[in-house]
Design a protein around this ligand. Structure first.
Ligand SMILES: C[S@@+](CC[C@H](N)C(=O)[O-])C[C@H]1O[C@@H](n2cnc3c(N)ncnc32)[C@H](O)[C@@H]1O
Length: 211
């Protein structure tokens, strides 16, 4: 969430490619804690990570026995993800460069979207709704999102409404009776800002299971 002053008119592919190619590394390289906490008790199967960035979540999933596919619009992010997976010998982690306006076919036991936000155009709701259709019976959709701006963010020019857990669920327009809500909550997390600032940030965590 440090890209708050992007031009909204910039194409998503161009914005994110610049974001990644202008830095040797953007994210920590560690699994998102929410994903690790949520997925640890699940039986491994097929997983899809939407907007996977530099690929750490798919690597962690592969290390737990999942066959994990990460998708991201940035070729640089995906090249880094593939290199990291090779370095970690995580053979079950696979990556695709893709604009998620085009979702893959197939079904998945876990579809995860971690901090799938963007300061430029992103049809997030539509993508998450269509991604829910890829969840296998008994499988899960996990959406982890920012509950607010971090304290180190400059005041954004644009209004941004952060969804609470119930709003995150409501916007998915799930088929009645087909899903169980397993988690809908706000969770604190320790984070480090660009200047090494420490802060407790809140995440919105929604985990739903297809019956
Ligand atoms: C805030 S980052 C989160 C990255 C990663 N999930 C993580 O937790 O570190 C959002 C990611 O979504 C990707 N993204 C944005 N729009 C996209 C789109 N239309 N299709 C695919 N990926 C997209 C960006 O390239 C970026 O890697």
């Amino acid at each position: 969430m440090d890209d708050l002053h992007a031009s909204p008119a910039e194409s998503p592919a161009s914005f994110w490619e610049s974001r990644y190619s202008n830095a040797p590394r953007v994210w920590s390289g560690r699994v998102n804690q929410v994903l690790a906490d949520v997925a640890a008790p699940l039986p491994p199967g097929r997983a899809l990570d939407l907007g996977c960035g530099e690929g750490a979540d798919a690597i962690w999933l592969a290390q737990q026995g999942w066959n994990a596919t990460g998708m991201d619009i940035s070729a640089t992010a995906i090249a880094r993800a593939r290199a990291a997976a090779a370095h970690a010998a995580a053979g079950g982690a696979h990556y695709l460069v893709s604009d998620l306006s085009q979702l893959p076919s197939g079904v998945y036991d876990l579809v995860s979207a971690s901090y799938f936000h963007s300061p430029v155009e992103l049809a997030r709701v539509e993508i998450l709704r269509r991604a829910s259709a890829l969840v296998a019976p008994g499988g899960h959709l996990l959406v982890t999102s920012h509950a607010d701006f971090p304290p180190w963010a400059e005041k954004p020019h644009h209004d941004h409404h952060f969804l609470n857990p119930q709003e995150e669920i409501d916007q998915l327009e799930l088929e009645p009776g087909q899903w169980e809500i397993e988690l809908a909550e706000t969770r604190p997390r320790q984070a480090t800002g660009p200047q090494g600032e420490r802060a407790t940030l809140d995440d919105v965590v929604v985990l739903i299971r297809r019956r």
